[in-house]
Design a protein around this ligand. Structure first.
Ligand code: IMP
Ligand code: MG
Length: 215
């Protein structure tokens, strides 16, 4: 079982005033729940764990857009740092896939995969899927079954966040940054209808904002 940093249900978080929050979002957020620095520290350790397990072979890191782009970039920077500072190193190539399953704050039943190179190029490769958050697990299960048709040698999944929710299908990624309460989270590339990707910290969205940015 993957170990992770648990954010408890009764976690009070941090007052917004203690951090730099863009002015345009000041009234939309409840609390900072994971400050940017803590995300980075945990990501550094995930990079080490991943290299320990997957190292030795060429890794194709597959970024699940758009929400995964910050985590992907930072995780790969840490993997790169390990690669260039140790005797053992592995070639790392990247690919991107776009998946859309959300409308407002609800997961929809359809998971759409858009873009990316031909998945068939992953045949025989060690693939690391990099995702922002697993909630029901449906997105990842859909993606995994699509990928398995392309016969990669190995597939591992790293998700920065996993939500503790009764809606979960039971699916758990191989590597997990944080386990978080069942609230709608934004920031660090996680969005609400495309807003809040330009926020460094992971925060809880308030109900007023859910109305304000509703589509
Ligand atoms: P799942 O298919 O229910 O596991 O949902 C996974 C996808 O839904 C993630 O990749 C996110 O894009 C989105 N998502 C789930 N929960 C949140 C959240 O709290 N904030 C932002 N996006 C979320
Ligand atoms: Mg996502």
């Amino acid at each position: 079982m993957a170990s992770y940093l648990q954010i408890a249900d009764d976690e009070k978080g941090h007052e917004l005033d203690l951090f730099c929050i863009p002015r345009h979002y000041e009234n939309d957020l409840d609390k900072v729940i994971i400050p940017h620095g803590l995300i980075m520290d945990r990501t550094e350790r995930l990079a080490r764990d991943i290299i320990q397990d997957m190292g030795g072979h060429h890794i194709v890191a597959l970024c699940v857009l758009k929400g995964g782009y910050k985590f992907f970039a930072d995780l790969l920077d840490y993997i790169k740092a390990l690669n260039q500072n140790s005797d053992k190193s592995v070639p790392l190539t990247v690919d991107f896939i776009r998946v859309k399953s959300y409308c407002n704050d609800k997961s929809t039943n359809s998971v759409k995969v858009i873009g990316g190179d031909e998945l068939s190029s992953l045949r025989g490769k060690n693939v690391l899927i990099v995702e922002d958050i697993v909630e029901t697990g449906r997105t990842m299960q859909t993606l995994l079954s699509l990928l398995s048709e392309c016969h990669p040698k190995m597939v591992k999944v790293v998700s920065l966040l996993v939500k503790r929710t009764p809606r979960s299908s039971g699916y758990r990624p191989d590597y997990i940054g944080f386990e978080v309460p069942d609230a709608f989270l934004v920031g660090y590339a996680l969005d609400y209808n495309e807003y809040f990707r330009d926020l460094s910290h992971i925060c809880i969205l308030n109900d007023r904002a859910k109305e304000k940015y509703k589509v």
